[in-house]
Write a protein that binds this ligand. Structure first.
Ligand SMILES: *Cc1c(COP(=O)(O)O)cnc(C)c1O
Length: 423
């Protein structure tokens, strides 16, 4: 059995069947925005490896920092011990996020960062003597991860809640914001959230949402005013607000954090994905002094979570270096340049027969088709065009590394136009 056959029969891939006829392409190395396949072909990566690889692959500065840390220590437990990479990273995160967020809990993946956020909210209300606040309000079309708690706040239909009925906690869902980014948002747009808070607010621990950009649940960009109003409603009904910026964090939407579009701060913030510049898996859940101190004063007086690989020093070093690289670069210039390139490049898709609409925000370009695309043929066509684009459902989207050149961006958008729009 050769390697390809062994892989096909023994390895699961994300959201795939074990024995599927969808091909997987073997990557042997990657540099800048290019993936090199085992047959020698090079593909321009339009996905930044799912939002992560913002500075590109094999970045010399990232590599050097990690090599240096590797020779000091790759890992050490975080119970009772601490280290410079964790402290430096925590300082950076407290500095760059909205001022009320003052404490950092490190974990290994986005889904876990969401679990941690949900547990923080529950423990907070327990400590406040309101243990009945055990439910969460989430938005339709939201996506927050794949573990059970995180799944419970994902869109119930696309998240296949029916399959897990009885073991997923039942949360309260409100309509996804209908008002688009850049447009106003009226009372009608927020009515669903307001009604849910009015009816069930007393048993709600927190509202959880992805600010401005709903990612894997539909690549939808909504009005900053909605977010502002959601913050006001949370304050009015006395519930916490959890912002899941795992996808939007670190510049993707044109602001360092998407909450900045609305000038609001959440009570709990989840970060992941681009946190380490895509090098290693790491996530963080930040919260306010008030939430942290309240949990401390409650019973049992500690926060009940502690991953084995908490604050892994290599991962923290990758994050420190990635954040420095980002802040030292003209990232805003890069994002607006990519935004402009996506607008002109994907423009020909507008008004085409199979296309529902084109949406662009920051370094994200989405072509929503009228029909679900055929993954097998379309992926193959993209690979033949020299690009890596992985659609889901009706959505074909681009979110390249920030360092992509105008020429490579052109190749990417041209491939989308040719392969999906203009068939
Ligand atoms: C990807 C993602 C998650 C889950 O992160 P994992 O690292 O895949 O567990 C959660 N929330 C949002 C908004 C995401 O985009």
């Amino acid at each position: 059995m050769n390697d390809n056959e062994f892989g096909q029969q023994h390895i699961w891939h994300p959201y795939s069947a074990m024995h599927s006829d969808l091909p997987t392409y073997r990557v042997v190395s990657a540099h800048g925005v290019r993936l090199k396949l085992s047959d020698g072909r090079q593909l321009i990566d339009g996905m930044a490896s799912w939002w992560c690889m913002i500075h590109g692959y094999n970045h010399p500065g990232m590599n050097t920092a990690l090599e240096e840390q590797l020779h000091k220590m790759a890992h050490v437990m975080f119970g009772g011990l601490t280290h410079e990479p964790a402290v430096t990273l925590a300082r950076q995160l407290v500095d760059v996020t909205p001022p009320p967020l003052q404490t950092v809990f490190f974990s290994d993946s986005g889904s876990v960062a969401v679990e941690v956020a949900l547990k923080m909210a529950i423990q907070y209300w327990q400590a406040k003597g309101q243990p009945q606040r055990q439910r969460f309000i989430a938005l339709g079309s939201g996506y927050h991860g794949d573990t059970l708690g995180a799944m419970s706040v994902c869109d119930p239909v696309t998240g296949m809640h029916s399959l897990f009925k009885g073991i997923l906690p039942e949360q309260i869902f409100v309509d996804r914001p209908a008002c688009r980014f850049g447009e106003p948002c009226g009372q009608g747009d927020i009515a669903s959230l307001k009604m849910a808070l009015e009816a069930d607010g007393h048993q709600v621990a927190a509202v959880i949402l992805e600010p401005i950009v709903q990612g894997a649940g539909g690549m939808w960009f909504y009005a900053a005013e909605y977010l502002k109003k959601a913050r006001e409603l949370c304050d009015h009904y006395g519930v916490l607000l959890i912002a899941d910026e795992i996808a939007t964090g670190f510049g993707r939407s044109g602001k360092l954090f998407a909450c900045e579009h609305a000038g609001i701060a959440p009570d709990i913030l989840c970060l992941g994905k681009a946190l380490t510049g895509g090098y290693l898996t790491l996530a963080a859940t930040l919260t306010t002094e008030e939430v942290a101190v309240t949990i401390d004063r409650g019973n049992p007086g500690v926060f009940m979570h502690g991953p084995t690989f908490m604050a892994n020093p290599l991962a923290c070093t990758a994050a420190i270096t990635s954040i420095r690289l980002l802040l030292d670069s003209d990232w805003q210039g890069n994002i607006s340049r990519i935004e402009a390139g996506l607008k002109t490049g994907l423009e020909p898709c507008n008004d085409l027969e199979h296309v529902n609409e084109v949406r662009i925000l920051g370094a994200m370009g989405v072509v929503e088709m009228k029909q679900v695309v055929d993954m097998k043929t379309i992926t193959q066509a993209f690979v033949e065009a020299g690009v890596w684009v992985r659609p889901f459902g009706k959505l074909v989207y681009l979110m390249p590394p920030y360092i992509i050149s105008d020429e490579d961006l052109d190749t990417l958008t041209n491939a989308v136009v040719r392969v999906v729009c203009d068939q």
